[in-house]
Design a protein. Structure first.
Length: 144
């Protein structure tokens, strides 16, 4: 199920990127940049590699698709080389921690969904029609 949820995250992110291309909402772009950099950081932590991006480091909208594609490749590598019950040891600004891979992957999916909902609200407030990114609707319409 986690593999399917990561696939959903990539698809939902693509839908949001398309909506952001049509909007001029710098705050929404900043928040979506955070979604992508957080995914990057978690993938790199899992793989034991040094992240190249900071969690709130703003990425230009022009690189969103490339960063999303790279994140998808990193998560595919994780899914093919790691076990869900594996403990991942990592350090962040709050200290040293360990969590299971499955818990981290669930967090990545949940974190992304949370911020996509915030972006949908920003789009609606700006008079735009927010994109549909609900998991069950994407499943029902064979987009997943």
């Amino acid at each position: 199920m986690l593999a399917e949820l990561l696939n959903y995250t990539t698809k939902a992110d693509a839908i949001v990127m398309a909506a952001l291309r049509e909007a001029d909402l710098p705050e929404a772009d900043k928040l979506f940049s955070h979604v992508l950099t957080a995914q990057h950081i978690w993938a790199k932590r899992i793989l034991g590699e040094q992240p190249e991006k900071g969690v709130w480091e703003e990425q230009p909208k022009a690189v969103f698709e490339a960063l999303s594609a790279e994140n998808a490749k990193l998560f595919a590598k994780i899914l093919s080389t790691r076990q869900f019950d594996e403990l991942i040891h990592y350090t962040n600004s709050h200290g040293k921690f360990e969590n299971s891979l499955q818990d981290i992957l669930f967090h990545v999916v949940n974190h992304s969904t949370y911020h996509r909902a915030q972006i949908a609200t920003m789009l609606k407030k700006a008079g735009k029609i927010p994109p549909v990114t609900d998991f069950v609707i994407l499943k029902r319409t064979n987009q997943l």
